[in-house]
Design a protein around this ligand. Structure first.
Ligand SMILES: Cc1cc2nc3c(=O)[nH]c(=O)nc-3n(C[C@H](O)[C@H](O)[C@H](O)COP(=O)(O)OP(=O)(O)OC[C@H]3O[C@@H](n4cnc5c(N)ncnc54)[C@H](O)[C@@H]3O)c2cc1C
Length: 307
């Protein structure tokens, strides 16, 4: 039995490398100061999907919603073995909160399913920028599918059911659920495979139409818009012939209701942003005995750190 798998991945700023110029004076993130990377847990989700395809057969489609440069994570997905990648890009999706993002991603999964029923959607547990871990559960809810979160091992898929091991923080649970379903995968799942050098060479020229438009604009700065559009089509046709044109969708392609997308579809309103810089001060060693721990807890309650 072969399975049709969709992996949702996000390109994120590398928040481990936050330096002095990573925040602007107004408190927003200066994304250009941080390298953009594949969200780490999404690599584990991709690995889980590739391993399932190796074991049972099927197809792995990787989908991201983001600006044209998010194609970089799609190329990396192809290098690691994805069969197909899709860039969902649309200015009307900008400023989507988790509700709007999950609505758009659910519409995109339904669009994939219209071509061939989807058996499983695999996501990372959490993105390292927004950090909410809400998008996958909300996407499952909108699809009306069961979900298994915090998966670190997919044990078996058989008879229309999946058996997976999920971490509870203090141990593990073995969960069975019917297909189609959505999984969120943690960084405790099997290590992502490296890119294949052969595939890397084969897909390094893969581009979406949005990227081609930027390349053409840079190469032909004085050309008329019609000439640029024609050049984009020429380059897109050449890539398509070699299987290197990255599929690109807009909100219209996935039949999304615009009232549920972008700023209009996002009930989250940011009232204030504050930069908090935590500075280490003196540290005190507390012995692991009843008396010292009780004294520390009393002290923390007294200065309102806890309680
Ligand atoms: C600093 C910061 C704070 C934010 N705070 C909030 C907030 O409080 N409330 C709120 O509603 N929104 C918030 N947002 C917006 C939120 O980041 C976006 O809605 C975002 O599109 C998804 O949320 P997330 O990054 O928390 O993803 P998570 O829910 O943490 O992502 C989990 C997984 O979902 C999948 N996924 C997530 N986004 C995409 C995508 N674009 N394409 C494909 N797959 C995806 C990936 O598999 C990912 O690993 C915040 C954003 C930032 C940068």
């Amino acid at each position: 039995m072969a399975y049709n798998l969709v992996v949702l991945v996000k390109q994120v700023p590398d928040t481990k490398r936050i330096t002095g110029d990573a925040m602007r004076d107004d408190g927003t993130v200066n994304r250009s100061a941080l390298p953009a990377i594949f969200n780490p847990e999404d690599l584990h989700a991709l690995e889980a999907a590739l391993a399932l395809r190796e074991r049972y057969g099927g197809r792995v489609t990787v989908l991201t919603m983001g600006p044209p440069h998010a194609c970089e994570v799609l190329r990396q997905s192809l290098e690691r073995g994805a069969d197909e990648v899709v860039l969902l890009t649309d200015r009307r999706a900008a400023a989507s909160d988790t509700l709007a993002t999950s609505y758009i991603l659910a519409c995109a999964v339904r669009t994939c399913a219209a071509a061939k029923p989807v058996d499983m959607v695999l996501c990372g547990r959490q993105a390292i920028d927004g950090d909410t871990a809400q998008v996958p559960p909300q996407t499952a809810e909108k699809l009306g599918w069961p979900q298994v979160t915090y998966v670190d091992l997919v044990e078996e898929v058989a008879d229309g059911r999946i058996r997976a091991r999920r971490s509870t923080g203090t141990g593990w649970e073995r969960v069975e659920c019917p297909l189609p379903c959505l999984l969120t995968v943690t960084d405790q799942a099997p290590e992502p495979r490296p890119a294949s050098a052969r595939r890397l060479m084969a897909v390094k020229r893969a581009r979406s139409r949005a990227e081609l438009a930027m390349e053409v604009a840079a190469a032909m700065p004085d050309a008329a818009p019609e000439a640029c559009a024609a050049e984009v089509e020429t380059r897109a046709a050449a890539l398509q012939a070699r299987g290197l044109l990255i599929t690109q969708w807009t909100l219209d392609d996935i039949k999304a209701d615009l009232a549920w997308c972008g700023r209009d579809g996002s009930p989250t309103k940011v009232k204030r942003i504050q930069s908090v810089v935590l500075k280490g001060t003196a540290f005190r060693k507390v012995e692991a005995n009843e008396a010292e721990i009780a004294a520390m807890v009393h002290e923390l309650i007294a200065d309102h750190t806890i309680g």
